[in-house]
Design a protein around this ligand. Structure first.
Ligand code: FO1
Length: 314
């Protein structure tokens, strides 16, 4: 059993690759819920939906989030009525939010709602939220104070200068039961930290004490894939955040962030010269082509990651 921690578009791509090479009973994908929020009456879980739409093969290829060939009647109506339009909910996407809300209102957990939505999309692999309890990322900024994540990310386009992050509710949050089962299973083979933003995609998962403790005490390998290639984030604000936090925007900074939690680090070929720097923080390094432009790239990288993890299992 592999457990992949994922959030955002890069994470969803590798999770998809893993789902192409591992059967459903050998993969659990645990997804960041720090970006979740309530908007226009719905519970929006962007990272869960991005993973779900990506595995279902219906993700919007331009944005990475949302559904391809989307229509926008609901948003047009909002605009005409003077409602909030800064966070765009497409008509097809809305079906997910409405169904999730109904299930949560019926008292079902986010895990149960996610399992049901995944099944409706024909996904056989297990996608679980990191926790069924609310964990909400906030971004402390120099000029705008402390912002809820989506205000920072979408409304303000990640423009405010970042001072740090907090994950409200994480201290009291329990890992989702299916994630505990997977991490504690005798069948656990390895944990993979997908190429997601370390601070706001993987960070909120690691902020849940029972998850972090399990990684610290791991008996199976944990490998991570750098989301920073050539000093730049492939998507999103990770490199900008590093600069604003006074850190060097590089794969080595990601490795330092994961120090003590990770045995192996997958570094892009572009950054091969950083191998020794990375090794200061993570003992084993694999150099690979990590940029995933096609579905086959995803499966190929997933295969290399799994082989790397197997080599570390000894
Ligand atoms: N990201 C945007 O930049 N603009 C949007 O209007 C937007 C809408 C949206 C709707 C549903 C959903 O699941 C995701 C959406 N995202 C949007 C993406 C999302 O906010 C971020 O990519 C993640 O939270 C970061 O991983």
């Amino acid at each position: 059993m592999y457990v992949a921690f994922a959030g955002g578009v890069g994470g969803a791509k590798l999770a998809h690759g893993l789902s192409r090479i591992l059967p459903p009973d050998r993969l659990t994908i645990a997804v960041n819920t720090g970006d979740d929020f309530d908007h226009l009456g719905y519970r929006i879980c962007p990272d869960l939906d991005t993973v779900m739409y990506t595995l279902a093969g219906i993700a919007n290829p331009e944005t990475g989030w949302g559904i391809r060939d989307e229509t926008w009647a609901f948003m047009d109506r909002q605009e005409r009525d003077g409602g909030a339009t800064w966070f765009r909910l497409g008509d097809k996407d809305l079906e997910t939010h409405a169904a999730r809300l109904a299930m949560l209102r019926d008292g079902r957990t986010l895990s149960a709602a996610t399992a049901e939505l995944s099944a409706r999309h024909g996904i056989a692999h297990r996608i679980v939220p990191a926790s069924d309890d609310p964990v909400r990322t906030h971004v402390a900024t120099t000029d705008e104070g402390t912002l809820p994540f989506q205000d920072y990310f979408v409304r303000l386009h990640c423009a405010p200068e970042v001072l740090g992050f907090s994950f409200d509710g994480a201290d009291a949050a329990a890992p989702a039961p299916a994630l505990v089962d997977a991490l504690d299973s005798r069948e656990l083979e390895a944990v993979v930290l997908c190429p997601s933003n370390p601070y706001v995609s993987i960070g909120p998962i690691l902020a849940i004490p029972e998850i972090r403790a399990r990684l610290e005490k791991r008996t199976r390998p944990c490998v991570s894939v750098s989301p920073i290639v050539g000093g730049k984030a492939l998507k999103g604000p990770a490199a900008k955040m590093m600069r604003e936090l006074g850190l060097d925007p590089s794969a080595a900074t990601v490795a330092e962030f994961y120090r003590g939690l990770v045995d192996g680090f997958v570094l892009d070929r572009t950054d091969a010269a950083l191998e020794d720097d990375v090794r200061q923080f993570v003992p084993h390094v694999l150099i690979a082509d990590t940029v995933m432009t096609s579905d086959d790239d995803r499966a190929r990288l997933a295969g290399e990651v799994v082989a790397f993890a197997e080599s570390l299992a000894g």
